[in-house]
Design a protein around this ligand. Structure first.
Ligand code: UDP
Length: 398
């Protein structure tokens, strides 16, 4: 029997998008190659880094919600080619032995990185051996992609948009190693999306009322509660579903309120395709994965928030692409919901079609093919020139 191809995904649970991307590609690979693949998904911050990075997944929701401006500034200040390189080198130095252990503990035929900050430190660790497996980067931010994502040594860097491609070229990548695929969205969205009536019946929602779905990413981020309350205050003829994600406190707060229309409160759900199939309008923060899923599900969106820097470009992507609008105040969101509902089923059908046009349903398959092709390539000899060795010692090498 032929040996299985070992595929190692590097990610971290900062938000829900990185895991969603890894699982989408994993499941596409399993559907195509079944028993011929063996997949490991590793949270690099949690399992193979040191303080303070180790606690990043725990602190991320708090940092983004409570220190949004500082987070935006750190993104901006670190986002030059040289600074990204130096910071990544610093991270590698602090976690070197753990990252090398990660490489030893997870021998792989291909490494797939779906987290910007992990990219360069992981590559440094792989470069410490005599040979290394091919390295594929799948960029999971849509437009305003940080320089952390781009490492010249990666065999392939798969990006979701032409702007992310251009930034890769600016970062010094060979355009032949870059490819625009779209962002990977789980095959369930492309292959098994149920019709609206079935999805509503399965969820126990009203079959006839227009449905507004409110999501704040995997961690229930941004002014989600205020936004839901603003919609509630309009007493619209609709039903509301609010997903608090992993934010338990928010879920409890939402569940204790009295609502003026049929309202369903959820924690972290694992059937997002069904919820999106059942809804008519999505109210969301500008998370790249949620946006990409909504486009494939043909769900027009009202964006209520964006993480500064990281998600700022996503707003233009959605608005210029005709898939939705940006309303940064709860009141603005409620106005937009009311006016979209007033357009009636025809208006909504038109918006749905526009959202669908921005989707990349084939992205996950194209990415799975790339990963599979690289898993079947031989290991790559690591060249270490004297100059590069010296550079790595003084901490300025790439
Ligand atoms: N998600 C989920 N269940 C939830 C909330 C979110 O599966 O209860 C998924 C959502 O479908 C998407 C991801 O988590 O795939 C959120 O990623 P996004 O990039 O939109 O935002 P992030 O959480 O990374 O900030």
């Amino acid at each position: 029997m032929k040996a299985k191809k070992r595929i190692l995904f590097l990610m971290s649970d900062t938000g829900g998008g990185h895991r969603a991307a890894a699982e989408a590609i994993r499941d596409a690979l399993m559907m195509q190659h079944g028993d011929a693949v063996s997949v490991r998904i590793v949270d690099v911050f949690k399992d193979y880094s040191t303080f303070p990075f180790k606690y990043f997944p725990d602190f991320y929701p708090w940092i983004v919600n409570s220190s949004k401006t500082s987070y935006g500034w750190s993104f901006k200040l670190s986002n030059t080619r040289n600074r990204a390189r130096v910071i990544a080198r610093g991270m590698y130095v602090t976690a070197e032995s753990k990252l090398k252990r990660m490489v030893r503990e997870h021998p792989a035929d291909v490494v797939v990185c779906v987290h910007s900050i992990v990219t360069r430190p992981a590559m440094h660790a792989l470069m410490a051996g005599q040979t290394r497996p091919p390295f594929v980067v799948v960029v999971t931010d849509l437009v305003s992609t940080h320089y952390f994502w781009y490492d010249k040594r990666a065999e392939r860097t798969l990006v979701p948009t032409p702007l992310a491609f251009e930034r890769g070229v600016l970062a010094g990548l060979d355009p032949a190693r870059l490819r625009i695929t779209g962002l990977p969205v789980h095959p369930q969205f492309t292959q098994a999306l149920t019709d609206q009536a079935t999805a509503r019946a399965e969820l126990g929602w009203n079959p006839d009322l227009p449905a507004i779905l409110v999501i704040g990413g995997g961690d229930g981020l941004g002014p989600l509660e205020k936004t839901a309350r603003a919609i509630n205050s309009r007493k619209l003829r609709c039903q509301l579903a609010v997903i608090a994600g992993r934010n338990e406190a928010l879920k409890a707060k939402l569940a204790s309120r009295r609502w003026k229309q049929p309202t369903y409160i959820y924690g972290f759900v694992d059937d997002m395709p069904r919820l999106m199939a059942a809804a008519d309008i999505l109210v969301t923060k500008a998370g790249p994965a949620t946006i990409s899923e909504a486009c494939i599900a043909g769900l027009p969106m009202i964006l209520y928030d964006a993480i500064p820097g990281q998600e700022s470009g996503n707003v233009d992507h959605v608005v210029n692409g005709g898939a939705g609008v940006f309303e940064p105040t709860p009141r603005g969101v409620a106005d937009a919901v009311a006016s979209w509902l007033a357009e009636g089923p025809e208006g909504l059908a038109h918006r749905r079609e526009q959202a669908r046009q921005l989707g990349h349903p084939n992205a996950v398959w194209e990415i799975a093919d790339e990963v599979w092709a690289h898993a079947n390539q031989p290991r790559i000899p690591v060249k270490r020139k004297m100059a590069a060795r010296l550079a790595s010692i003084v901490g300025a090498g790439s």
